[in-house]
Design a protein around this ligand. Sequence first.
Ligand code: HEM
Length: 464
Amino acid sequence: MNEVAGKFEKKKLGKIFLTAPGPSIKQMFSQLLRARKDPAGFLVDMRIKYGNVVQFPLPIISIYLVTHPEDVDRVMRVNAKNYGKRTIQYENLALVTGDGLLAADTDSWKRQRKLIQPAFHHEAIMRVGPDTVLVTDRMLDKWEKLSNNSVVDIDDDMMHTALEIVGKSLFGTDLAGDVEKTAQATLNALDIIVARARTPITFPKWMPTPNNKKLAKALKQLDGAVQRILDERKKIAGVAGVDRDVDMLDLLLAAHDDEGGLNSKELRDQIVTFIVAGHETVASSLTWTWWLLGAHQDVQKKLQKEVDEVLKGRAPTVKDVENLPFTKAIVDEALRVFPPGWVVSRRSYEKDILGGYEIPEKSVVIISPWVTHRHPAAWNNAETFDPNRFMPDAPTPQKGTYLPFGIGPRMCIGKDFAILESMLMISRIAQKWELSPAGGVPVPRALVMVRPAGGLPMYINRRN
Ligand code: HEM
């Protein structure tokens, strides 16, 4: 509970009431540049300056930043039914993903989640193993052609590899040839979403502004990639006797309830959602993991030791992951220090009380895993990278303190998939290669995901 709870005197501002502390309009203007340049750092500052519940002084809509673990847990889990996704963030995302699972608001979401959940069950997820190793090895084959002490852009390599893995393991499609185009189309579309979210005036999608044209082009490319995925499936489905494993696309195509299955628009929206949600997130997390391992050589050595002892030189399989607790702890801790999805948002249906402050109906509530992971009520020495926090003998994190995948009913459906993929990739790379930083300390750039500004150059060296 916030110590100044209840002491705040409500004030009117335009059409809304100010019900919690926060910057004045003047202070907000003076911070605009900082907020644009480093939005995640700006939110941390706001928390430090104004407390657990901060209200931004917008005269038309009430916007709150909520950071204390107890309040975060209330919004996302305990009282989740009071909070939907009708926010600028998700409305903009829906321009790309349509009404797919990630951006869907409450009612449409419920049906979709039930339909799609089986595709992410344990058994289905386990299929990610061989594809992850295959695609990682393809990346490592390129490294093999380089001499020791070469510099690679890890951010770039992780982006390409993560996209290929999503394509192959979810949709059985080899996106390798198309990877460049699809990756660029996804990024372009997401860039425009960020630009829209940051501009006070946005033009309707049909107006031929440069950004709208760029969005239309990116969407055309993404839709083209989806069509290729579906065409390929039709080709395989038409060939009798083709022996292959059931993948996510089969499960999506087979999913049905009383209202029937997913129609072609719904299928398109889910596939684009999985490409968007399952690509840059994993890539960002892996990129930061390698940066942290490069900056903490002692941790990298311990990782190598675990990997060598468990795998004895052979490629990792999904069965190995339970025997790689330190590798798992590294993944978990990297996601704490650098949560790729640094901000999520909700819209309240009815009035609520958070940290002792009134949150009126129809307010926007901003939750930032980045800020809460740095909150002193959540973690000690929050800025320190320490995988031991997540070793099996460490205490379980308190509710609302750890949310790289969100919490509550809208929690990431791809969590287990992402962790498995990350563990397999990291262990495979660590088996053969040693990485160290080749540039200065990277500056986190918080757009849709947090990525290092200008990429992440690292030296690669063969082990032994
Ligand atoms: C490290 C990797 C990942 C991170 C950090 C991550 C993060 C998140 C977060 C924070 C949310 C919750 C958003 C909210 O509450 O508003 C979410 C939801 C979601 N994620 Fe992930 N994600 C990752 C990987 C994946 C993968 C691999 C997939 C799919 C293949 C995926 C698909 C989704 C979907 C569909 C949702 C919406 C779930 C729902 O509302 O029912 N994510 N993710």
